[in-house]
Design a protein around this ligand. Sequence first.
Ligand code: ATP
Ligand code: MG
Length: 318
Amino acid sequence: MTNTPRISTPLDRATLRTAYAAALEAYLIRPEEITLSGAYELGRQALHDGLGPLELVSLHESAVERLAGFLREPDHPIITRANTFLMESLSPFEMTYRRFLESNVALRSLNEALESQSRHTARQIHDGAGQILFSLQLALAEVMARLPHQWKPEIEKAMQLADHLDQQLRGLSRDLHPVALDDLGLNAAVRHLLDGVATRTGLKVAFHSSVPDDLPPQITTCLYRVIHEGVTNVVRHAHATKLQVSMERGQEGVLSTITDNGIGMADEATQPHGLGLRGMRDRLKGLHGELELQSSSGAGTQLIISIPFAFRENANGN
Ligand SMILES: Nc1ncnc2c1ncn2[C@@H]1O[C@H](COP(=O)(O)OP(=O)(O)OP(=O)(O)O)[C@@H](O)[C@H]1O
Ligand SMILES: [Mg+2]
């Protein structure tokens, strides 16, 4: 058995290369379980050190070149042995990839469960508490109409409180789940969101969409949430005068952009750590989607969001 290093600190490439060649040589000379375990250990070390599978294959190729003496005869069983060693060293990558797919499926189920719970609670507030409150507002208005003049200021105060409560409940319901998404569909819900932003902030807003309303519900909810956060960030941080939102349907999936002409950011890593951008990436990851952020100081920001249609098949590893 070679002196294959146990995983501790990262190894430099030259040391890893030498260790790989030594472990491969040991296995070629003595093809047993114990020497083969060197391949697995090296694969783990490479994974731990941040190498990709292609870099590991390149380590393997240079080790094979160093051992060219063994390989003079092309039919020599050693070639098959070297391949076995390579496959074994790649198995930690394979296992990590499978775990990644599994955790993606788990993440998506969790997101769906949370979303479904939020949708239920939002409906309860919107249709249940909201409608009782509406009846209360009507009752107060009726009392107001019948009362003598000197009592009206008191009832007016109560009516203002009820209005305030109504706004709070609507805000809460909207944050939990965009009921507008169920009632209006994706396109009208995004337009409604942007109209509200334009009215409240004075931002000049442009919206273009070629996506249908009947996308899979996971994509619709994810896209709406991500656009909502992107637009909220523009309002809160960008100091922009213009905002452009697009949603395009492509062959493979949906592509959406959110562009502002605001202050931009020099480097995302140096920005205050909020939950927004991280939450967007987590949501998208669950659907094998991606968020790309293009920005530089003073030159505005563009978010490019992509979500593939084939997320279900990919999640099963097909
Ligand atoms: N469109 C934008 N223009 C300029 N800066 C931005 C823009 N979007 C995000 N940022 C910067 O990136 C930071 C991180 O954004 P993120 O949404 O993750 O967090 P947040 O908005 O600060 O807080 P949270 O979303 O958790 O309420 C922001 O604080 C801001 O500095
Ligand atoms: Mg934010």
